[in-house]
Ligand binder design. Structure first.
Ligand SMILES: *[C@@H]1O[C@H](CO)[C@@H](O)[C@H](O)[C@H]1NC(C)=O
Ligand SMILES: *[C@@H]1O[C@H](CO)[C@@H](O)[C@H](O)[C@H]1NC(C)=O
Ligand SMILES: *[C@@H]1O[C@H](CO)[C@@H](O)[C@H](O)[C@H]1NC(C)=O
Ligand SMILES: *[C@@H]1O[C@H](CO)[C@@H](O)[C@H](O)[C@H]1NC(C)=O
Ligand SMILES: *[C@@H]1O[C@H](CO)[C@@H](O)[C@H](O)[C@H]1NC(C)=O
Ligand SMILES: *[C@@H]1O[C@H](CO)[C@@H](O)[C@H](O)[C@H]1NC(C)=O
Length: 246
């Protein structure tokens, strides 16, 4: 189960102890905090009998199946170290392969409005699929330089919100991860660089994209996902699964 990844990446992220159980990392614009925890398993690797997924024992929480499975934000409370993010939309970068089982995955990027969002029901992009280099853990990341605001949502500089990123693994289970933001003018936002936001192309890290839904969603997905898209559209089966066929 333990697999060694790229040393430089380990150093970069300082996640040495969490590697074996990691899921997604939001490289840009950050995240609420490290929710890659999945301790709570027994020393022999088994799940304790009757484990609820989240257990509270001797004054601390443990997550024998992993923390990121918990709606809405992978078990992390709202943070106060908010990231300034552009008021008309901006970059999002994710490392999707921090656990086995993510060769194919669906991604949802949603917005929750306010300092303590009541819900995360505002999609910023139509769901899209990634195709990773392998079904084992992999180190690649992807970068969407211009994720728009949800349709019909207008925000002002200084407003708070939370970006929620969901990755459903190929077996359908959903990982949750969030970053708390404050909307700002683009010039007041941390610069997006090749370092904090890029599409990995190195062998073993390359991630391909694919649209999921039928023609109606192609247009709205186009601005953020069009460049270099390999439109191997996930066909009918996905549409049926999500109830998009009449
Ligand atoms: C906020 O603080 C937590 C805890 O120190 C840290 O793990 C996280 O990366 C920070 N998030 C941002 C967006 O700076
Ligand atoms: C679980 O892991 C987290 C971080 O990896 C750590 O802070 C916590 O103390 C651990 N809990 C137990 C009971 O080992
Ligand atoms: C909690 O404390 C009890 C009694 O001291 C101990 O037997 C048990 O192993 C502890 N559990 C954890 C997860 O540390
Ligand atoms: C945004 O959130 C911060 C805490 O992270 C809070 O201090 C501030 O008042 C909030 N701003 C608004 C406009 O609610
Ligand atoms: C979601 O939250 C917003 C406020 O952020 C509220 O206006 C809207 O009614 C909520 N939607 C649902 C379905 O609860
Ligand atoms: C990464 O690839 C996606 C999909 O092809 C594309 O929309 C995006 O612009 C690329 N990111 C960068 C930084 O070029």
């Amino acid at each position: 189960m333990f697999r060694r990844l790229d040393q430089s990446l380990i150093v970069l992220l300082g996640l040495v102890s969490s590697l074996a159980t990691a899921h997604t990392v939001i490289t840009y614009p950050g995240w609420r905090g490290d929710n890659l925890v999945n301790n709570g398993t027994l020393e022999n690797g088994e799940i304790p009998t009757g484990a609820l997924g989240i257990n509270y024992e001797n004054g601390s929480y443990t997550f024998p199946f992993g923390m990121q499975w918990m709606y809405p934000c992978g078990g992390m409370p709202t943070s106060t170290n908010r990231t300034r993010w552009p008021v008309r939309g901006g970059a999002v970068s994710v490392q999707p392969g921090w656990f086995a089982g993510h060769k194919n995955a669906f991604f949802y990027i949603n917005l929750g409005l306010g300092t303590e969002p009541l819900n995360y029901s505002l999609p910023m992009l139509p769901v899209f699929q990634i195709i990773g280099p392998s079904n084992e853990m992999y180190a690649g990341e992807f970068c969407l330089p211009q994720v728009p605001l949800p349709e019909n949502v207008e925000v002002n500089v200084g407003d708070n919100a939370t970006i929620q990123i969901i990755e459903t693994a190929q077996h359908g289970a959903a990982l949750y991860n969030c970053v708390d933001i404050t909307f700002a003018e683009p010039e007041d936002v941390a610069e997006v660089t090749e370092e904090n936001c890029h599409n990995s192309t190195d062998a073993g890290k390359e991630i391909d994209f694919s649209l999921v839904f039928a023609t109606t969603s192609l247009e709205s997905a186009a601005p953020a996902l069009s460049i270099g898209m390999s439109v191997a559209m996930l066909p009918v089966i996905a549409a049926v699964m999500f109830g998009f066929l009449a």
